[in-house]
Write a protein that binds this ligand. Structure first.
Ligand code: GDP
Length: 371
């Protein structure tokens, strides 16, 4: 007989009765010191995700308990997808507990970015959504950047309390937990990470020296995340793997740029000026005449304009919605941010009327330029 074990990958309770249900591991695996469920095993070794039947309600139930605790809540967001990273209803979940906001994937930002502006922008965005974090820390979970600073801040802010780590799927929360585990010398308990949304199940506990713990909660799915609108192979194509290089397009009004088949920027009116694009370095950018853009999309969506790759994926994408922006010649650089994809910088030297088309649900907004 074995005691009920938790999967070292995702934290779910291991069972060996039903292979179709979450937490399944074959009976032969149960005796091992470190048990990993079949799903995590597959992800780890074959990079393959088996869908599990864990619904939003289960996630919400787990998160709902946090408000009743005395804890520090660490919320992890992807700085390339702030809107898609947003845990709706978080103010309700956290109750009166202090919040530390963590912006992950800082390794992807161009070198000349002003990190203070990134932090200010994140504070501002959080405030708009009813949350006032105590502080913002920028890290790269994958490259191990600023993890010391993160742990130091957690140490200061938790004041002897437990720590809950929350975040939607795909922001790099598992990667971050793995980093923390490394720092605490428990590397054999690695958590499954994958480029696919929804990998971490149930909650995982990392004991701290004072008898308190860090709890990792499951990544809830935010359906407005662009990553949930395209197949996994396409998600890989829009997820930058290395530092983003800007690309400059000198545009005349009456021209449009397609960012793959996921967004379109129309320069409707204004003098010729540079549009500086910050997206995955390999994303195909297609320039065309505005008057032809509808036709070009109709003809080439899913073929030339990818991702989405293929007719089916193109059809499955939510319809484009228009977002209109008027840039004034204030001399201040403005970024037009397409959540999950990147942003376009305009120098603010001239007037510009632009229209951004993006799939319904994907947030498009402006901020003060980060450079
Ligand atoms: P989770 O769903 O929030 O647990 O996310 P994961 O930890 O599985 O990470 C999601 C994706 O983001 C994976 O493809 C990771 O390799 C990638 N990722 C995580 N952290 C970083 C980071 O600091 N920088 C970059 N560039 N990618 C990261």
């Amino acid at each position: 007989d074995h005691e009920a074990a938790a999967c070292a990958g995702c934290g779910i309770l291991i069972q060996s009765e039903d292979a179709k249900q979450p937490g399944y591991a074959p009976p032969s695996a149960l005796g091992r010191k470190v048990v990993i469920c079949q799903r995590c095993y597959r992800i780890k070794h074959y990079n393959e995700v088996a869908p599990v039947s864990m619904g939003d309600d289960d996630f919400l139930r787990i998160l709902d308990g946090i408000g009743a605790t005395q804890s520090l809540v660490v919320m992890v967001v992807d700085i390339f997808d702030f809107q898609g990273s947003w845990l709706k209803g978080l103010p309700r979940f956290v109750g009166k507990n202090p919040i530390l906001l963590v912006g992950n994937k800082v390794d992807l930002l161009p070198r000349n970015i002003n990190l203070n502006r990134v932090r200010n922008w994140m504070q501002h965005e959080a405030k708009e959504r009813g949350l006032r974090p105590e502080d913002v820390v920028l890290i790269s979970a994958e490259k191990g950047l600023h993890i010391d600073e993160l742990l130091a801040r957690i140490g200061e802010l938790r004041k002897g309390r437990d720590v809950y780590i929350v975040g939607v799927t795909n922001v790099g929360k598992s990667t971050m937990i793995n980093r923390i585990l490394h720092d605490y010398g428990a590397a054999e308990l690695e958590i499954t990470t994958s480029p696919f949304p929804g990998t971490t199940l149930d909650k995982i506990e990392i004991p701290l020296e004072d008898g308190r713990s860090i709890f990792d909660t499951p990544g809830i799915i935010n359906r407005d995340q662009i990553g949930h609108m395209i197949p996994p192979a396409d998600l890989r194509k829009i997820t930058p793997r290395s530092r983003i290089n800007s690309k400059v397009y000198q545009l005349d009004d009456g021209q449009s740029l397609f960012l793959g088949g996921l967004a379109r920027i129309d320069f409707v009116h204004g003098p010729r000026q540079p549009f500086v694009i910050y997206v995955d370095n390999d994303l195909y950018i297609h320039r065309t005449k505005l008057e032809k853009a509808d036709e070009v999309l109709e003809k080439h969506h899913g073929s030339l304009l990818v991702p989405p790759t293929g007719e089916e994926a193109a059809k499955a994408l939510p319809p484009f919605v228009k977002h209109t922006f008027k840039i004034k010649p204030t001399g201040i650089t403005t970024d037009v941010v397409i959540s999950g994809l990147g942003w376009v910088s305009l120098q603010g030297k001239h007037d510009a009327s632009i229209v951004v088309h993006a799939p319904k649900g994907v947030s498009v907004g402006i901020r003060k330029g980060l450079i």
